[in-house]
Design a protein around this ligand. Structure first.
Ligand code: HEM
Length: 363
């Protein structure tokens, strides 16, 4: 597609595959909107708005700018770095459970629980509610790109509303407390905005990070010697993770809605058109990445778009990178080699947006 039909139209749907077009669209929020709630049937929209405000992911400026400035307070480099000891502790506790086993499912043991446990700790969710959290997170991902799971949204809104009330009485240093305190130009986040953001964190942060970790294991297994090299040269882990993000992007695509006339390459677009933005294809674009179809563990120049581009660039990227680095550091400390024994297409996550594995037996 990238060489023959880099911009491809089917009715109102336009599909884009080249790096230059993908970045141009994501950088032009004036033409290419993210406000998908605007398309909802009015009654459904009203019900959803009552529960939670649209999150930054589905807002355009100026609202997006204001909210992103507020929530960014919780994602400063210093704040993220402060989570490292807790992430290491959780990683080791999870790995202790499977210690000594010759084979195990690494998704079940590590890559699935790690991000949920980390985000729950960061949000200040009590351990006893963790199971519920996992279930909600799965439900949100199941409908991603298709619609809304109203029951889950309602349950989560109630849950977070209760948590906000608790925190308002005794603020601590968790994320919910930070969001309650956050202020820009004298403005605070509303209850619905905090709820909307908390739900987004679960939907955007869990499955994506799980998939990054699982994709790393599969990719290293396909390239024998990778794991051993990382064990001997741990400083290479961050570079290797960036290459996994490029080579097997956990988020394969995103979407935009055209709100004024514009162009993508030679293609004219007009209000009402949907743009399907293929991040994974852009990340394999041979015009940008030499030997783009090859996994090069120590690739030098790597301006991949696995975390998006422009104003919606993934807010959680530093956290995802930190979790992946810590997980790989601890795995390389414990094991001489880890290899996926059976990688089957049936075990892949069933989604056209996400790329990852539901189970992954390793030895
Ligand atoms: C946005 C990917 C992990 C929070 C995005 C976008 C992508 C992405 C592609 C932009 C979507 C668009 O422009 O339409 C990923 C990947 C991850 C990951 C590949 C893991 C490997 C996380 C984590 C968190 C997070 C751990 C938080 C805990 C967010 C938020 C946004 C976002 C809040 C919206 C930013 C905005 O609209 O301004 N992510 N993400 N993500 N991500 Fe992530």
């Amino acid at each position: 597609m990238r060489s023959e039909n880099p911009v491809y139209r089917e009715d109102n749907n336009v599909y884009i595959f080249k790096y230059r077009d993908v970045t141009a669209v994501l950088d032009d929020y004036r033409t290419f909107s993210s406000q998908f709630r605007d398309l909802m049937a009015p009654e459904m929209r009203r019900q959803l708005d009552e529960l939670s405000s649209p999150s930054i992911l589905i807002l355009d400026p100026p609202k997006h700018t204001k909210l992103r400035n507020l929530v960014s307070r919780a994602f400063t480099p210093m704040k993220i770095a402060s989570y490292e000891p807790e992430i290491r502790k959780i990683t080791n506790a999870l790995l202790d459970v499977v210690d000594g086993r010759s084979t195990f499912d690494i998704v079940k043991a590590l890559t699935y629980p790690l991000p949920v446990l980390v985000i729950s700790k960061i949000l200040g969710v009590p351990d006893r509610d963790m199971e519920k959290f996992k279930e909600w997170s799965d439900n949100l991902v199941r409908v991603l790109g298709f619609g809304v799971d109203m029951d889950t949204e309602r349950e989560m809104a109630q849950y977070f509303s209760g948590l906000i009330d608790e925190r308002k009485h005794s603020l601590s240093d968790d994320l919910i407390s930070l969001l309650i305190r956050a202020e820009v130009d004298g403005e605070h986040l509303t209850r619905q905005e905090i709820i909307g953001f908390s739900i987004l964190l679960l939907a955007a942060g869990n499955e994506t990070t799980t998939n990054l970790l699982s994709n790393a294991i599969v990719t290293f297994s396909e390239h024998p010697g990778s794991f051993e090299r990382l064990r001997e040269e741990r400083s290479l882990i961050p570079t290797a993770i960036e290459e996994v993000l490029r080579y097997r992007s956990p988020v394969q695509s995103t979407r935009r809605l055209v709100k004024r006339e514009g162009r993508i390459g030679d293609m004219k677009v007009e209000p009402g058109d949907f743009i399907f933005v293929y991040l994974q294809s852009a990340n394999r674009d041979e015009d940008v990445f030499p030997n783009s179809e090859e996994f090069i563990i120590d690739r030098k120049e790597n301006r991949h778009v696995a975390f998006g581009e422009g104003i919606h660039f993934c807010l959680g990227a530093p956290l995802a990178r930190l979790e992946a680095r810590v997980a790989m550091e601890e795995l390389t400390k414990r094991y001489g080699d880890i290899r996926a024994v059976h990688v089957s297409p049936e075990d892949r996550v069933d989604s056209f947006i996400m790329y990852g594995y539901r189970r992954l037996e390793v030895q």
